[in-house]
Design a protein around this ligand. Structure first.
Ligand code: PHE
Length: 344
């Protein structure tokens, strides 16, 4: 029996010496130290020995087990450190390799214009209010003094949802009613807000018109707001947005929700008013629709028109962005073409 133990020891240690990989090491372990391994079998024979020999033999097998355990642990550590050394050598990072370029994202040109707008209006005391894109017919039209069958409804080709009372807003003006009702405290508080957002119209898509575009609505409500306030405020905006001494002119117009109504032109900032292709040789660029809030609209917002008055305007930032960057086609805005977007 002693002979067998020595033989086992010798064979096991020799085999271990030749092992340099993890899976071979695992095999070795189960072959010798596993429950059905060589040592296990030796333990199994103890019971069959004469009583007198059992204790001595058991001690020998125990000692061998400890020895093999220790040898195993040593070998395992050796293999790990060899593997690590090899990994470090082979996986060495070549820091002289040039890095792969990482594209930097940028803001959409329309977002940039909106931010400029918001900064200027915020400086003038206007808060930004985001009204909803999906509107009730009532807010988009009726409460803005456009009752059903009003001929002015034809001005706007509307996208309706499957519910004919629910639509995609055709302009940001319904936000006027929402702002008055939300912030007016029942028609007792003044308001100064701008309402930027996407608008939708079912139109033929061309270089000049898209089915979606953004607007920036403005609304000021107070006790003594007059048309001179509207003119002064918009003129100040134009001076800050375009150039310090930009001239502004107001043309009589019509909107059902303002009375009187005016279209606002700013001196063409490309030719300085001399006349060019962009301003169609008029020297002027149209930047907004505006007017004094119609008494019916004030009433629908909860205000008494004999005490309160206000002005409103609606601007189209895309046109301004197009003029500023010489963008020829409005379809680029929502086309998600990186070649276009990367230019900004
Ligand atoms: N909502 C109008 C339009 O879409 C613009 C406008 C807003 C006019 C506010 C007057 C006052 O054309």
């Amino acid at each position: 029996m002693n002979y067998s133990i020595d033989e086992l020891r010798e064979g096991a240690l020799k085999a271990l010496e030749n092992i340099s990989a993890n899976d071979a090491l695992a095999n070795w372990r189960s072959q010798y130290l596993g429950r059905r391994g060589a040592l296990g079998k030796l333990f199994g024979t103890i019971g069959r020995l004469p009583q007198a020999q059992r204790a001595g033999f058991g001690q020998q097998v125990n000692a061998l087990q400890q020895e093999l355990d220790a040898a195993y642990a040593q070998r395992e550590q050796l293999i790990q450190s060899q593997l690590l050394a090899r990994d470090l050598e082979e996986g060495e990072i070549d820091i002289s390799l040039p890095a792969r370029p990482q594209g930097r994202g940028g803001l959409h040109p329309s977002t940039r214009t909106h931010r400029e707008f918001q900064t200027i209006w915020a400086d003038m005391g206007f808060q930004v209010y985001h009204s909803r894109d999906v509107e009730a017919d009532e807010f988009n039209f009726t409460l803005l003094n456009l009752p059903p069958h009003h001929p002015a409804r034809d001005m706007q080709d509307t996208f309706y949802t499957t519910n004919s009372n629910v639509l995609l807003r055709t302009h940001t003006s319904p936000g006027q009613i929402r702002a008055m009702r939300e912030f007016g405290a029942g028609g007792t508080k003044p308001i100064r807000v701008i309402l930027p957002g996407m608008c939708y119209r079912q139109e033929q898509v061309t270089a000049r018109s898209e089915i979606q575009f953004t607007q920036v609505e403005g609304l000021a409500i107070g006790r003594n707001i007059r048309m001179s306030d509207l003119k002064g405020t918009i003129a100040e905006f134009a001076r800050r947005m375009y150039k310090p001494k930009a001239k502004v002119r107001f043309r009589a117009s019509y909107f059902p929700f303002t009375e009187p109504s005016m279209e606002v032109d700013v001196e063409c900032f490309l030719c300085g008013g001399a006349g060019c292709r962009v301003c169609k040789y008029t020297g002027w660029l149209e930047i907004a629709g505006s007017g004094m809030v119609h008494p019916t609209v004030l009433r629908n917002g909860g205000y008494d028109p004999s005490v309160w008055s206000g002005f409103a305007f609606g601007m189209g930032p895309e046109r301004i962005t197009m003029l500023k960057h010489g963008i020829q086609d409005i379809r680029y805005f929502w086309g998600n073409d990186l070649r276009f977007l990367q230019q900004f």
